[in-house]
Design a protein around this ligand. Sequence first.
Ligand SMILES: Cc1cc2nc3c(=O)[nH]c(=O)nc-3n(C[C@H](O)[C@H](O)[C@H](O)COP(=O)(O)O)c2cc1C
Length: 188
Amino acid sequence: MEFFEVLARRHSIRRYLSRDVEEEKINLILEAVNTCPTAGNLQAYHVVVVRDRERRKKLAKACYNQEFVEEAPVSMVFLADPERSARRYGRRGMMLYSIQDATIAATYAMLSATALDLGTCWVGAFDDDKVREVVGASKDLVPVAVITIGYSAERPEITGRRKIEEMASIEVLEKPFPHKEVKKELKR
Ligand SMILES: Cc1cc2nc3c(=O)[nH]c(=O)nc-3n(C[C@H](O)[C@H](O)[C@H](O)COP(=O)(O)O)c2cc1C
């Protein structure tokens, strides 16, 4: 899929087929994740791939009973490793860079999965301690995102966005960017 088409096609999927995700696709996603930029190339994050049905059930509970988290055949749990970044960058590494590293990694996973015709959803509403418990992570790691992955069983809701003139400025915050539309939204 062409990159801009991947961006246009990605929307949150919250219903999944029971069909499993091929091992090769999971490996491709992880290889893509491993190319993402990180502060000082420290890669201050970890990802846990969850496939086991019982663990998915516990993960869904940890995500305040969001049922699709159990339904998705795969979830990738992205955890920031603040200590790893703090060794070089101190407080900024701990509070900001490690969280950004994990966030970028999760974004790469989402977009790669989309390019492989898989549906995804970013799940941010969860109990940190419970997620750590489900994936066997210590207190040193901070869960940042759970990305559900699987073959879609729904047509996604096409969510709207703010106008670019409202979202972006030129030079200073108060000046709206004079945006000229180049690409029409992808028609399904
Ligand atoms: C930081 C973050 C947290 C989110 N948490 C949840 C969540 O807990 N549950 C959920 O169903 N969707 C969650 N979403 C998905 C958003 O609701 C969704 O991306 C947004 O409504 C735009 O829709 P789209 O993804 O279909 O374009 C989250 C997204 C982000 C970026």
